[in-house]
Design a protein around this ligand. Structure first.
Ligand code: SF4
Length: 328
């Protein structure tokens, strides 16, 4: 491929996306395989799409692991699965006051949204009632946008969350369809798809993404991106696996920075208006390159730590965002 034709191709795809058209499967195949020497051009094009269609704001969210560990599912990347001997601390659903306090701290730090996450297959009716009253308390006492990630939920539960004013529901596809059974055997990819449809049917915004770097191929990463795009999520978190001791993926080879940046850029072409959030793995992999990710297609971060690993503090993140000329 000559230099000009590669640049011309990336530019043509970018123009197509900017004019509101979708790129074809063949075009996305070629984009994800952009030769290394044109990676910056690919990132710049993804950045232009982001700036033109999403503006300069970076979505900053914090989350709380409201119930940790002892999950009955066997997701092989997850240190919260009861199947593996990991050394994380575990706890049942946190007391409402603790969760409300955390929401307040996030709000005071200038964080825009607060996501309640529980490690379980899905809530029982009793769990759901407790969660509902916690959300009610946050609404009354804090007033911050509340999002949830509660696993598999029924249509009825989704409708109740909507009524409670929950804005967005997170349920990731986690892995590409063709790779999913190697990652989890206690539920299927279709189970996950179904929950996403329940969420959308209830009128909740959908936050749906996945984890890269679990041993899938580059083309499988694209497969995941295409499926995600098909769901048109309002938000898509891209996690990069941080191998957790005691899990089956503890020795997984880490992805290169360029592979991560390539994935983020192409996901932007596939989901031009979605909040693409660099989530778990940001601090571990991207320390100084996170600015490149935010100038290469990503426009969201999770601040203040993740479910089982720590993260940057909100003030540090806000400083980083303004340093690169973006807003939070
Ligand atoms: S990813 Fe979620 S469902 Fe899977 S084991 Fe971890 S907490 Fe459970």
């Amino acid at each position: 491929m000559s230099m000009s034709s590669e640049i011309e191709f990336i530019t043509a795809c970018k123009e197509k996306v900017l004019s509101g058209q979708k790129i074809s499967k063949e075009e996305s195949d070629r984009l994800i395989n952009t030769p290394e020497e044109y990676l910056q051009i690919l990132s710049d094009a993804a950045n232009e799409i982001t700036r033109k269609l999403c503006g300069n704001v970076v979505d900053v969210e914090s989350l709380i692991n409201a119930k940790k560990g002892k999950c009955q599912e066997d997701c092989s990347f997850c240190s919260q699965s009861a199947f593996y001997k990991t050394d994380i601390d575990t706890y049942k659903l946190l007391p409402p006051e603790t969760i409300v306090q955390n929401a307040m701290l996030s709000k005071n730090d200038g964080v825009k949204s607060f996501c309640l996450v529980c490690a379980w297959r899905g809530p029982t009716e009793k769990d759901f009632e407790q969660i509902s009253s916690i959300i009610d308390k946050i609404n009354k006492e804090v007033g911050i946008e509340v999002n949830c990630s509660l696993g598999f939920i029924t249509q009825d539960m989704a409708l109740k969350l909507k009524k409670l004013g929950v804005k967005r529901y997170n349920h990731n596809l986690e892995a590409p369809r063709s790779f999913f059974s190697q990652i989890c055997t206690t539920h299927t990819y279709d189970d996950r798809m179904e929950t996403n449809l329940i969420v959308k049917n209830a009128g909740l915004e959908l936050c749906c993404g996945g984890i890269i770097g679990m041993g899938e191929t580059r083309m499988q990463r694209l497969e995941l991106g295409l499926d995600l795009a098909g769901l048109s999520p309002e938000e898509c978190p891209i996690n990069v696996l941080v191998p957790q001791q005691g899990t089956p993926l503890e020795l997984q080879t880490r992805l290169s920075i360029s592979e991560i940046l390539r994935t983020i850029a192409v996901f932007r072409f596939l989901m031009p208006k979605t909040i693409l959030k660099i989530a778990g793995g940001r601090e571990v992999y991207l320390s100084n390159d996170q600015e490149r990710a935010l100038l290469g297609g990503a426009n969201g971060i999770i601040t203040g730590g993740y479910l089982t690993i720590g993260g940057n503090s909100p003030p540090d993140d806000f400083q980083m965002i303004s340093k690169i000329g973006l807003e939070a």
